[in-house]
Design a binder for this molecule. Structure first.
Ligand code: XIL
Length: 374
């Protein structure tokens, strides 16, 4: 009997030790990214609904330690926050504000005007008058509700084509080319205490960048406030356009606005197309050749990934005076939209924390470089 009890005790001790080790392992980043970058720029993450509600224990612990800025991945987009013509759903956005307050995390609200993830009734609008009414009501209602509660807004998202011309969205078609200036004017009125940004992908590329610069100058010339520009940063780990990124930091900051990297992730999977788009409507079929690492990333690819992040952060540190925030598009690899875009059901590895919330080598490298002389 005694030996049985003794054995049981040993089993319990081993189990407790084992679970303790797993927990320690899962939280083994005792270092903090946001602390390492304090005084340089904010370090942000995109948050999904579960994370805002603190339903994932590992994420709940990791997020406030690593990040001091957050962008809602989906819950403030118009299809969620404004689901019917005369109905708003502020529930999750209000929770996000409370979450930010609790952990001292600055919220970048995303976004007010975007052609994607629109509510169905907006897509069906025929008359310019009705669209204008939606446009004015939406911006005014949502931006004023969160004025002073969020730090910033992505006022307009992805308004440009790759050649720098204006995207032929429902807003351009029905409201004309001044709709972007108007969006900022309305946001400025509704949210005088909130930073206002233009956000897009590929605006580091020369032609699209010129379009963005023209857009920003037009807003400024109209006497309307724009405080910053967000370069999304959905890149391939082996093809980061470092030269174009550096030129963009310099050129955008010459306009007297802040530069941010707002949706950073580095894909390690093959691209179904030659072009590098982040258009959410782009879709390709899932074939095995497009999903080469379902069971783990080979060391050689991991090394390319680490180098990608290291090169990028070297550049960010060099231009830290111009950069106010770098936000990753998700907390860990499980969450990343790149598992399902542009191909459904792949296994991608684009973020600094792996599927078990363990920090990768890239994480340690970009912390280490803050301690070295630039
Ligand atoms: C993505 C989200 O991550 C996905 O969950 C959603 O299904 C589609 O949108 N550019 C943006 C982001 O501005 O809002 C997009 O987020 C990614 C591309």
């Amino acid at each position: 009997m005694k030996t049985k009890r003794f054995n049981l005790a040993i089993v319990i001790v081993i189990a407790v030790l084992f679970s303790f080790c797993t927990v320690t392992k899962n939280n083994k980043a005792n270092t903090s990214l946001q602390k390492a970058y304090q005084g340089k720029f904010l370090i942000g993450t995109a948050l999904n609904a579960n994370q805002i509600e603190e339903k994932e224990p590992h994420a709940a612990k990791l997020i406030p330690r690593q990040f001091n800025a957050a962008t809602p991945e989906n819950i403030m987009k118009s299809e969620i926050i404004h689901p019917a013509w005369d109905r708003y759903d502020f529930d999750l956005a209000d929770k996000l504000i409370a979450y930010g307050k609790k952990y001292d995390i600055k919220i970048n609200a995303h976004n007010l005007i975007w052609h994607s993830q629109l509510p169905v009734y907006v897509k069906a609008i025929k008359s310019a008058d009705s669209l204008r009414t939606f446009f004015e009501n939406h911006i005014t209602t949502v931006a004023s509700r969160y004025d002073g509660k969020v730090y910033s807004w992505d006022v307009v998202n992805e308004a440009l084509n790759e050649d720098g011309t204006l995207r032929n969205s429902i807003f351009l078609q029905k409201l004309g080319p001044d709709y972007i200036v108007e969006a900022f004017r309305l946001a400025q009125k509704a949210a005088p205490n909130t930073q206002l940004y233009y956000n897009d992908y590929n605006i580091e590329e020369p032609k699209k960048r010129d379009g963005a610069i023209a857009l920003i100058k037009k807003i400024q010339a109209a006497g309307v406030r724009i405080d910053g520009v967000g370069i999304q940063g959905h890149w391939r780990a082996d093809r980061i356009p470092l030269k174009n990124i550096e030129e963009s930091i310099l050129e955008f900051s010459k306009l007297g606005i802040k530069v941010m990297f707002t949706e950073l992730d580095l894909s390690v999977l093959p691209n179904p197309w030659d072009s590098n788009t982040a258009d959410v409507s782009a879709k390709a079929e899932n074939i095995a050749a497009l999903n080469p690492y379902p069971n783990g990333l080979p060391d050689s690819v991991q090394a390319v990934f680490t180098k990608g992040y290291t090169d990028l952060f070297k550049l960010f540190l060099k231009h830290q005076d111009a950069i106010s925030r770098v936000t990753f598009w998700g907390v860990n690899d499980t969450q990343s939209w790149l598992n399902d875009w542009p191909v459904n059901g792949r296994t991608n590895y684009p973020l600094l924390f792996d599927r078990n919330f363990n920090p990768k080598e890239a994480y340690y490298q970009i912390i280490k470089m803050t301690k070295q002389k630039q």
